[in-house]
Design a binder for this molecule. Structure first.
Ligand code: PLP
Length: 409
């Protein structure tokens, strides 16, 4: 049985107080908290095994290498990757997407080629493609977001055409909570001979992911949003594509032979892991994956689906509030705004109640323009949040609404 009280005991930070109030942490889409099991894996690594990997033959180096490669295996299984050849450790989703935009995009895109994105991309799946487009002469096109927060799939079918070389889209929106039909987008991309990249920053932490059944060619996610440490994430890519690509960064470990005037490259995945990697963090991410699998991703998804729907319903009942994104088929986060209250002022007031939410453009400025607002407030839930916390949030927002009423213009 999914026992939230028991789960919460694994997260020391959830016992913190903010002034006199118990912490209510609802900023999980920005970063998740870490269970003791992950924190212990980090200290154990540093206390017992710390050494550089893949190089020395002494015992510590062998232990560190084995633990790092074991973590790679865990991530591969977690994402349904057929093998770990295509499983590259990066700093996170941002670096993973930059790797593809740079190492694939700059080598294979030509003037007039097209990359199709969506209007709701996080800056990390937009700006790298803008840079690549500037360097290659490729053009960017955007699948529009409909008023209900879903993608305009009719327009997607029109936009993905013979000049399309890459379709790159978020699996789940960090603002709208929409889960995009990436399998369908991958099929459309493949019909015209294009590739599909999925930004899984907001899906891998929350729902079972299987890259094989998604049918994508690249999948990116961040460890710190899925119980793992900061500074580590993953790019999975089809090995035959990664083979064809040039390296992203040069340096130690990614080479086979180095001469003064040329070098040759190491095998996958090491070709894309230049220099000393975030060894401890990768091992910590392996421990995070163990923890998630121990709970079962289907159960995590179900818990968050129920909590997200409950929050969406309760928040929608607040007088004058606007909630964003589809009513159904959403992840466990809700973005909203109140008339005459700036989201920053609201989150400041909620902080006084011990509640951590996010306010701002959420690194999705084009989507904010599409929604016609400069910023929204966002409450994002994770596997340790409770209905009581949603109630505390709703009550605090209702108080804030009263507090700001006299200042309404
Ligand atoms: N993509 C989406 C949808 C996100 O929500 C985020 C982070 O909020 C990112 C990408 C970037 O992740 P990171 O900063 O871990 O690289």
């Amino acid at each position: 049985m999914y026992d939230v009280a028991k789960i919460r005991r694994d997260f020391p930070i959830l016992n913190r107080r903010v002034g006199e109030k118990p912490l209510v942490y609802l900023d999980n889409a920005a970063t998740s908290q870490k269970p003791r099991q992950v924190i212990n894996a980090l200290s154990e690594y540093y206390e017992l095994h710390n050494a550089n990997i893949h190089r020395a033959v002494h015992l510590l180096a062998e232990e560190a290498t084995a633990a790092y490669e074991e973590a790679r295996g865990k991530l591969g299984r977690f994402l349904g990757a057929p093998d770990t050849t295509g499983l590259i450790f990066t700093r996170g989703t941002t670096e993973s997407i930059n790797l593809v935009a740079y190492a694939w995009g700059r080598k294979f895109l030509r003037e007039g080629d097209e990359v199709v994105l969506t209007e709701s991309e996080h800056h990390s799946n937009l700006v790298p493609w803008q840079l690549t487009a500037q360097a290659t002469g490729a053009k960017l096109h955007f699948i529009p977001v409909l008023d209900d927060g879903t993608l305009d799939m009719e327009e997607a079918e029109r936009l993905i055409g013979p000049r399309t070389r890459m379709v790159a889209a978020i699996h789940a929106s960090n603002v709208l909570g929409t889960i995009n039909p990436v399998e369908k987008l991958a099929a459309l991309a493949h019909e015209v001979g294009a590739l599909m990249l999925v930004d899984g920053a907001q899906s891998a932490p929350h729902t079972p992911v299987d890259v094989a059944s998604l049918g994508c060619d690249f999948f990116a996610c961040s460890g710190h949003k899925m119980l793992g440490p900061t500074g580590v994430g993953v790019l999975w890519g089809r090995p035959e594509l990664l083979e064809e690509m040039d390296p992203f960064m040069g340096g130690g470990e990614m080479i086979r032979e180095v001469h003064l005037d040329y070098s040759t490259w190491n095998d996958l995945p090491y070709k894309f892991e230049a220099g000393t990697m975030n060894i401890a963090q990768a091992i910590g991410l392996g421990a995070a994956v163990d923890y998630l699998e121990g709970l079962g991703m289907q159960h995590v998804r179900e818990h968050e689906r129920r909590l997200g729907e409950y929050a969406y319903r309760r928040l929608s009942d607040i007088e004058g509030i606007t909630t964003y994104g589809p009513k159904e088929g959403r992840t466990g986060l809700v973005s909203f705004s109140l008339p005459d209250v700036h989201p920053h002022d609201l989150s400041q007031l909620l902080n006084d109640e011990g509640i951590a939410i996010r306010s701002g453009h959420h690194c999705v400025q084009p989507l904010m323009r599409r929604l016609g607002v400069p910023a929204t407030a966002r409450a994002s839930f994770y596997l340790y949040n409770t209905e009581d916390e949603v109630d505390t949030l709703v009550e605090a927002i209702s108080h804030a609404r009263e507090f700001f009423r006299p200042f309404a213009v």
